[in-house]
Design a binder for this molecule. Structure first.
Ligand SMILES: C[S@@+](CC[C@H](N)C(=O)[O-])C[C@H]1O[C@@H](n2cnc3c(N)ncnc32)[C@H](O)[C@@H]1O
Length: 213
């Protein structure tokens, strides 16, 4: 079941339009449904794109990302304490918010140049398709505008773990996935039904997903 709760954080005027959003979303859907299509060449291209964007990232794209995750963490709970992994953590724009909720956070990103700007205490340069983390070791996975490799997310999660999914530009974000699709692939990956609570905030959207009891 997906519960949609009303927006409380208004969207100001001036939402940016990303020319790459449509192509990005096609890729996001493909990777969620067909992760086997992701290969070394595509990973290298993604890494190179974000290595190149890293010096400008916070100045050009940093101003609107935090209110979305803040709303998810304020209204998407309850959240149990434990170990959190932030996948696609980038320059760490969201990491302090994650850390305020889960004091131990492992930040994972494909791009060295994004990751090297992050102040996260624990950083791993890795591909989300092949996480160098133990099975059933993580209590919360946070993905803010990154790809969803559901089998890997499911593998590292404990049974009661939550998945926090946010897109800073909502349906116009290059990594946007509908909550229904996120729940569908998590259900397929775990063999258990996943529920979600979702909302919109600022220019973005978020969902918090849990395995149904
Ligand atoms: C749109 S940025 C978001 C960064 C950060 N979460 C933020 O909100 O500022 C996407 C990030 O996902 C990372 N990324 C893309 N594909 C990845 C993968 N397969 N594994 C890990 N990180 C990946 C990129 O390197 C980039 O830092």
């Amino acid at each position: 079941m997906i519960e949609k709760i009303p927006r409380v954080v208004a969207a100001p005027p001036g939402k940016p339009v990303r020319a790459e959003a449509a192509r990005g979303q096609q890729r996001a859907v493909r990777l969620a449904l067909h992760p086997g299509t992701w290969d070394r060449r595509e990973a290298a291209a993604m890494r190179a794109d974000f290595d190149e964007a890293a010096p400008r990232w916070d100045a050009e794209r940093g101003g609107y990302r935090r209110p979305v995750l803040a709303d998810a963490l304020a209204r998407g709970g309850p959240f149990r304490p434990g170990l959190a992994v932030e996948i696609a953590s980038g320059t760490g724009l969201l990491t302090a918010q994650v850390q305020a909720r889960w004091p131990t956070v492992i930040a994972v990103d494909l791009s060295y140049r994004m990751l090297t700007r992050s102040a996260a205490a624990h950083r791993i340069q890795a591909d989300a398709a092949h996480l160098p983390l133990a099975s059933r070791s993580v209590d919360a996975v946070i993905i803010g505008d990154g790809p969803l490799f559901a089998a890997e997310v499911a593998r590292i999660m404990t049974q009661d773990a939550v998945l926090v999914w946010s897109n800073a530009l909502g349906r116009e974000a290059p990594f946007f996935l509908p909550t229904e699709l996120v729940a569908q692939v998590m259900t397929a990956a775990t063999g258990r039904v996943w529920d979600a609570i979702e909302s919109e905030a600022h220019w973005g959207s978020w969902a918090v997903l849990r395995s149904a009891s």
